[in-house]
Design a protein around this ligand. Structure first.
Ligand SMILES: Cc1cc2nc3c(=O)[nH]c(=O)nc-3n(C[C@H](O)[C@H](O)[C@H](O)COP(=O)(O)OP(=O)(O)OC[C@H]3O[C@@H](n4cnc5c(N)ncnc54)[C@H](O)[C@@H]3O)c2cc1C
Length: 389
């Protein structure tokens, strides 16, 4: 079958499967888990993702030998388009499927791959990302969480912060300093640490939305087996950067494709509230549509090349484009919803208010705006490196 015919057949298959699957017991999950609503129907969304996995619709881009379908970028785009079209629920397994899985495929030992990949694929184990610390965010090389070997196990001590989904995660991929006295990006290792143990305490951080999607995580002599280091001991920086490459690259695809539906919902809201008559709102909605196309074109042109290694400047451009688009959509939705959006209703925040509040974070997580601009300045424009501590 020619490429495009095969892709159209693939689209028909995805569409048909999603329609069936979202008509029965999962029908009520359509549209759940959007921005600022990640706490919604969590157990049900978990069951949905296990259902997807059982039908081989998770980890599409992974190689077949690791449980994926080796789907092309085009097929992955098609899958996410159909997923958004069906208004299927937001993923609960983004960190395992999109960040850690590809990292293990590239850097993990065969034992680590055999131990973890099937459970990520089946959504049997959930992961969180232990990078940021109170003193190490944009400046990740300032990590001070330490790990040392004790009787064949890593003993991990330190604090992580802003750890998304740590409260539901079974495991955490942790950047820790394993070489005492080392500084900056030297002497770090990338460890896989079980969360459900006495040495790990998770404390929720309440966000603007009133819910707690992220947490503080305290490691106090938390243990993991000596074999749970990804890449060489002391070479964790390289592995951590590769994970960031996945985070800023292909993994944003699902999100960006979902944006079209979000814009469509805002247009519908504008018709409902009458905000559509306001020339400024009309102008903005049109501009959002144009920017969406620009973003999409950039993503399609560059995502294929941004699959591993140190995150490239293309992924920084993409991050700036989508983060601003989405954060500003959150602002626009407040204009469109009008005065009632200024107050919380008797049932709490509505979906638009949640969207507005949660999208404030888009320009922070996955690397802040300023950090992306530094990368572009230094690597693309060749400007001198800024002074670093
Ligand atoms: C919703 C959300 C979810 C998150 N989930 C996770 C997670 O699961 N795991 C995890 O490890 N982390 C997570 N983070 C943390 C995120 O990666 C950090 O917040 C981010 O890297 C910024 O670090 P920081 O908060 O320490 O801010 P800082 O690094 O202290 O930055 C403060 C401000 O200074 C600016 N700045 C910093 N350095 C420079 C510089 N060199 N030049 C110019 N300006 C600079 C920044 O852009 C920012 O505006 C999450 C954050 C959010 C908001």
């Amino acid at each position: 079958m020619a490429g495009s015919q095969a892709d159209e057949a693939f689209r028909t298959e995805v569409r048909g499967w999603l329609e069936d699957a979202l008509s029965g017991e999962f029908a009520g999950l359509r549209g759940s888990g959007g921005p600022g609503r990640e706490h919604e129907v969590f157990e049900e969304r978990l069951a949905w993702h296990r259902h997807l996995a059982a039908a081989n619709w998770t980890c599409l881009g992974w190689p077949v030998e690791h449980g994926g379908r080796a789907a092309t970028i085009t097929q992955q785009v098609i899958f996410h388009e159909e997923y958004a079209r069906a208004n299927a629920p937001r993923s609960v397994n983004h960190l395992g499927e999109e960040l850690l899985g590809p990292t293990l495929i590239e850097f993990g030992t065969p034992e680590q791959q055999a131990r973890f990949l099937p459970k990520i694929k089946a959504v049997d184990e959930l992961w969180c990302q232990g990078y940021s610390e109170p003193g190490a965010g944009s400046d990740l090389a300032a990590v001070s969480t330490s790990a040392r070997l004790v009787d064949g196990e890593w003993s991990v001590t330190g604090q992580k912060v802003w750890t998304s989904l740590a409260h539901v995660a079974d495991w955490c991929f942790v950047v820790a300093r394993t070489e005492p006295g080392s500084t900056r990006h030297h002497g770090l290792s990338y460890l896989l640490v079980p969360m459900k143990q006495p040495g790990v305490e998770v404390r929720p951080i309440v966000q603007l939305t009133g819910t707690a999607e992220f947490n503080e995580v305290f490691f106090d002599d938390a243990r993991t087996d000596e074999s749970m280091v990804v890449g060489a001991v002391g070479d964790g920086w390289r592995v951590a950067m590769a994970t960031l490459g996945f985070e800023r690259g292909i993994s944003t695809l699902a999100n960006q494709i979902g944006f079209r539906r979000e814009l469509g919902a805002v247009v519908d809201l504008a018709k409902e509230t009458g905000a559509y008559d306001d020339p400024i709102v009309r102008d903005k909605l049109t501009r959002f549509r144009v920017r969406l196309d620009v973003m999409r074109a950039h993503a399609e042109r560059t995502l294929a090349s941004v699959t591993s290694g140190t995150p490239g400047t293309e992924s920084s451009v993409a991050k700036l484009l989508w983060a601003h688009w989405h954060r500003e959509l959150g602002e626009l939705v407040m204009d469109v919803a009008g005065a009632p959006s200024m107050v919380e209703g008797p049932d709490g925040l509505d979906e638009w208010q949640r969207m507005f509040l949660f999208t404030r974070a888009d320009t922070i997580y996955g690397g802040s705006d300023e950090v992306q601009r530094n990368i572009i300045a230094e690597r693309t424009l060749g400007l001198p490196r800024e002074a670093r501590g």
